[in-house]
Unconditional design. Sequence first.
Length: 432
Amino acid sequence: MSEKFDVIVVGAGPAGSACALTCAQSGLKVLLIERGEYPGSKNVMGGVLYRKQMEELIPEFWKEAPLERPVIEQRFWMMDKESVVSFGYKGLEWAEENNYNNFTVLRAQFDQWFASKAVQAGALLINETVVLECIVENGKVVGVRTDRPDGDIYADVVVLADGVNSLLGKQLGFHKEFRPDEVALTVMEVINLPKEKINDRFNLSDNQGCTIEIFGDSTKGNLGTAFLYTNKDSLNIGVGTTLSSMIKAKLKPYDLLDYLKNHPMVKPLIEGGESAEYLAHLIPEGGYRSVPKVAGNGVVLIGDAAQLVNAIHREGSNMAMSSGKMAAETIIEAKHRNDFSESSLNLYREKLYDSFIMKDLEKYKDAAHTFEKYPQYFNEYVPMMNKAMSKFFTVDGTPKRDKQKEIMKSITKERGVINVAKDMYRAWKAVK
Ligand code: FAD
């Protein structure tokens, strides 16, 4: 393939397809390269897709996209061995088309559909093609080398949307190998279950979905979370911790998933289901301080390749799409100026830092490091919360004021008053 493109996008995940779609819509000649058999065939996500950022790319996408359920309830569980403290929000307004907030999706179907929208807009998609490296001439990225025969392809700009490992970003020296505390290893399973059972167990109607984020015993007290999301007639269940926690606590990812599936609080919700798929993937969780250089001469990094994930709010796909759109808008402007230098493409960096993406990552810049360094939040406070709630709700004739005093006393006895004050202040500082 010797023809030259305006833009080559490497990777047809949410970031790559968003970028390819926006560039193609403005008339640029776009090549989208995907290593999988089809877009989404290798991609993994817990499954929550956000309306806002998707709608900015394809208005009213829910009328044709392969979605599972609009989410109307978000639950948070602080789980101990045989109990759970839960809170959350359920709102019927989220079941209304005007107010859809987010949806559950299965990535293999969704990514395929999303990439097809880029193709409809004029992008050329080639699957089963691995980009081996960027071609660099005189300090500028001018194209990519693929594993096809005659595999060199040229373009004014190459967009790296190749996901969390971004070997291509590494090749260009934009980042080093990520440290074990900068990435989480997550394993998940899709479990088929009849929709009537899902509706009964989660108290839902057909077109209503529920998400549960689970902390504490789900990761055996380590930094990380588990999740359980409802699809139409299947459930997505998964669990992950930072690689460093996994190594330190000698956890085996699949053992952790088995432990979760057999937990007395979880088992009744998935019982009788048939395992349809097992998946494992890394999530970039280094946050603000791990975001690498995102623009160079003839090249930009978007989505997971640029570490754009807000782990606290499990937002990644939306950041991928928004960064893809911002990169595309920058490339379109650069095309008008016919200037694809680093300083021209740095407009993308400015847009990114001015957006919710970097503002949110900056807000939580210390969170992951704090919670990893001080594991008591997961392995001590979660059990303490459960004990406290059990005591509080047990009617045993003790006056409520005495009960409150007892609870406070047992918490401060376990950690010490000063330590509790320090822990609270530290947690507040990490998420304020
Ligand atoms: P990816 O989706 O990883 O896409 C990268 C693409 O590039 C892939 O298609 C890959 O095959 C292709 N590729 C890679 N290298 C090459 C190459 N050399 N040549 C050609 N093609 C290549 N986010 C949410 O918003 N909500 C959630 O509920 C959520 N849950 C998650 C649960 C799990 C278990 C995981 C792992 C992630 C979750 N995320 C979630 C994060 C979200 O999945 C990512 O942030 C998002 O997929 C990033 O999109 P991307 O396009 O940047 O990368």
